[in-house]
Design a protein around this ligand. Structure first.
Ligand SMILES: C[S@@+](CC[C@H](N)C(=O)[O-])C[C@H]1O[C@@H](n2cnc3c(N)ncnc32)[C@H](O)[C@@H]1O
Ligand SMILES: [Zn+2]
Length: 381
């Protein structure tokens, strides 16, 4: 079956039995990842302005080669690799059908990465990227793009699996999509640090089915140490949703919530507590989204929110807060405006439509939003 994406025509396997993921012929294709791929193309465009020397791109898990084809169309010197010979054949056909140059390699990507240097490496595996993280972070020159689809281990819903894969203790909190992203980045930062490299996320985004992050690499023990300094732990009260991030790799968990006195406090970490995006770069990526992209509208909205997101390591779910306060919720923009009006920093966050970030604590938010009357003017949305 031929599909159109980003102005290119690519042959992909038919989905079987109405499944959204194509498995016909054994080669994988997931049409629902188009947003992820559109953002990738916009990142590749914006990254060339940031680092003009970046010219080679490895589609490390190519399947149909759709990412590689799109990168080649952007002028990147592209290699598509896969362990599945049918995938390699299909990727080669798709490059040729679009009159694009590009290499196709039937190889385990871990072996390939230790023998070749690529400026940009794109890891898009089934489930966790961790089996490929060492090879990619040790050997890539500039940028490593990583998808993880194992959201349950990442956010602490499958705790032991998360601990095994990511060498951290994620906790299933009310901000679980962000917990997942910060668990992933933490593991990748610690992996890069083993090779005296800093890996800093310049854009990241999370959906229900995956987390995606773009890590810029820089070599040097000092910069790697600077990255490690941005790891730490977050204490979380399961009752009143209080949370408290502490930088450093030596955990000093609290037993009792200082706000409500509950002893149901869970500590998560080590997590990445630094920014998950560089706002200027996220804006530049947004500028590089074009109308020929099928998910242009969603990509622009997503990147706009990511660029404006406050740089705090957790977010609140506005509906959860209102439920706890026993009040009808107001619109999100007004919620953010009231927090700002009360002198706190606040923003929406891309993790969900009701996600809000603020420098205010929960009691401070309650005061700022509900005021003394404990009433929000009945202004429900
Ligand atoms: C999720 S699919 C990739 C989807 C594709 N990037 C896209 O955007 O449609 C994962 C692919 O990784 C390949 N793969 C798994 N292990 C690999 C390895 N060690 N080296 C290279 N490719 C591998 C699989 O054969 C499969 O084609
Ligand atoms: Zn509490």
């Amino acid at each position: 079956m031929d599909i159109e994406e980003g102005g290119l025509t690519v042959s992909v396997p038919e989905a079987r039995d109405g499944a959204s993921e194509g498995t016909g012929g054994g080669v994988f294709f997931n049409p629902t990842q188009e947003l992820n791929r559109d953002v990738t193309v916009a990142v590749l465009r914006a990254y060339r302005d940031r680092e003009p020397r970046a010219s080679s791109y490895l589609d490390a898990m190519a399947a149909s080669g759709i990412r590689g084809v799109r990168a080649a169309a952007e002028g990147y010197d592209t290699t598509c690799a896969d362990v599945d010979p049918d995938a390699v054949e299909l990727a080669a056909e798709n490059l040729a059908a679009n009159d694009l140059d590009g290499e196709t390699v039937h190889r385990d990507v871990n072996a390939l990465l230790y023998e070749n240097v690529f400026d940009v490496v794109d890891l898009d595996p089934y489930g966790t990227p961790i089996p490929f993280a060492d090879a990619a972070l040790a050997n890539a020159r500039n940028l490593v793009c990583v998808t993880a689809t194992d959201t349950a281990p990442l956010c602490g819903a499958h705790l032991n699996s998360g601990i095994r894969k990511y060498g951290a203790v994620p906790r299933n909190t009310d901000y679980h999509p962000e917990m997942g992203l910060r668990t992933l980045i933490s593991a990748l930062v610690r992996t890069a640090a083993r090779y005296d490299k800093a890996a800093r996320p310049i854009v990241s985004h999370v959906s229900r089915h995956y987390a995606r992050t773009y890590l810029e690499l820089e070599s040097g023990a000092q910069v790697a140490d600077d990255c490690i300094d941005e790891l730490g732990y977050i204490d979380n009260c399961e009752d009143c949703l209080w949370r408290d991030p502490t930088h450093g790799l030596i955990a000093d968990p609290v037993d009792t919530c200082p706000v409500c006195g509950s002893d149901r406090v869970l500590t998560a970490g080590p997590l990445w507590l630094g920014p998950v995006a560089d706002p200027d770069f996220a804006r530049a990526v947004r500028e590089r989204v074009t109308d020929d992209m099928g998910e242009a509208k969603r990509a622009r909205k997503l990147l706009g929110t990511v660029a404006r997101e406050l740089d705090t390591p957790t977010h609140y779910d506005q509906h959860r807060l209102y439920k706890a306060w026993g009040e009808p919720a107001i619109g999100m923009d007004e919620f953010v405006d009231r927090l700002r009006g009360a002198g706190y920093e606040a923003s929406r966050a891309h993790y969900r439509g009701t996600a809000v970030k603020s420098t205010a604590s929960i009691p401070e938010m309650r005061d700022a939003i509900l005021g003394n009357e404990g009433d929000a003017d009945g202004d429900a949305d």
